[in-house]
Write a protein that binds this ligand. Structure first.
Ligand code: PMV
Length: 326
């Protein structure tokens, strides 16, 4: 059987950085995110008796050997779970606009998990699907459920899972993704997390997380942008403090990143309600409400370092479609 799934990337307000179990990708802390409408992966999987190896292909791009291996390992986990040994053909494509500078691993492994199990004829619960997506890329588990998502760190592979806190149409937020460098990041998140224990700031961040998660949940419950923005900036800066104090230090920002962070603080003083958050790269995500989207985009036009802007609305989770890629 052939199955195709689409899945969104996501942006975390309270971020995941560091693993308690590297093999099972069980995180050191729980995290909360929002799915992104403008950055999606579509993947078709078909298990075929005629194949004598897995065939993995990305349209509009090239998979490195390492990336292909990660997909094949994902297929192995599906085969093991459903108890069959047939090889598969996998074709995938990203709807990320050119220059998003993202490896798309969250959306990619979420789409692979959903399409893979559907192609194998097995229906998993949403919870179980999130745990399979997590094994491919930690943050991928947050791309399975709808809208605003909580990933509970858990204590085992079965309990480290994600669920929807609120559907995508609950609150009309925007993530205005500001691209200042469209190249791939130099140090992958997996590599970066390997040396996390060298940071003297890690223990302090982990101790602060439970209160931040509670504050973030309250901000979502009250649809309180000030509270959400403040806790998101706080945790983003804290995660980057951990990254920067690791040995070797991980320096993901560039001059344009810093310029935009400063501009956001200035715009707030002028009355524009906008906040920033940054993942493992130089590009900046601006969080605002839908009615301020145009004002934020307008302000960005005055900054020459901005290469492009992608406007994301809150999106649904991974879903099956009958528009196959082959
Ligand atoms: O799931 P990974 O390996 O792509 O790690 C994601 C880590 C951050 O993007 C930096 C933070 C997060 O929670 O999304």
């Amino acid at each position: 059987m052939k199955a195709t799934a689409t899945a969104p990337a996501n942006i975390a307000f309270i971020k995941y950085w560091g693993k308690a179990d590297p093999t099972l990708r069980i995180p050191l802390n729980s995290s909360i995110s929002m799915n992104l409408s403008g950055a999606q992966t579509m993947t078709t999987v078909e298990f075929l008796d005629a194949l004598d190896t897995d065939e993995v292909r990305i349209l509009d791009g090239v998979f490195s050997e390492k990336e292909t291996d990660r997909v094949v390992h994902g297929l192995d986990r599906i085969r093991e779970r459903v108890g069959r040994d047939t090889y598969a053909r996998v074709v995938t494509k990203n709807t990320f606009p050119k220059g998003a500078g993202s490896a798309a691993s969250a959306s990619g492994f979420a789409a692979l998990a959903l399409a893979g199990f559907a192609a194998a004829g097995t229906t998993l619960s949403e919870k179980e699907l999130t745990t399979f997506a997590r094994l491919g890329s930690g943050s991928a588990c947050r791309s399975i459920p709808d809208g605003y998502v909580m990933w509970e760190k858990g204590t085992s592979s079965e309990t480290s899972s994600a669920y929807s806190l609120y559907p995508h149409d609950y609150w009309d937020l925007r993530d205005v993704l500001v691209i200042v460098d469209s190249r791939m990041k130099k140090v992958s998140t997996s590599e970066g997390m390997e040396t996390i224990q060298t940071s003297p700031l890690l223990v302090k961040r982990l101790a602060a997380i439970p209160e931040r998660l509670a504050r973030c949940k309250r901000a979502l419950e009250e649809k309180n942008l000030t509270l959400l923005g403040e806790v998101s900036e706080e945790d983003c800066l804290d995660m980057h403090a951990v990254m920067q104090s690791q040995n070797p230090p991980l320096l993901y920002w560039n001059d344009a990143t810093r310029e935009i962070m400063e501009a956001v603080r200035r715009w707030r003083l002028e009355g524009l309600r906008v906040y920033f958050t940054i993942d493992a790269g130089p590009n900046v995500h601006l969080i605002c409400e839908g009615n301020d989207e145009k004002a934020v985009a307008q302000k960005l036009r005055d900054i020459p370092a901005v290469e492009s802007v992608i406007i994301n609305k809150p999106a649904g989770g991974a879903r099956l479609t009958d528009q196959h890629l082959f």
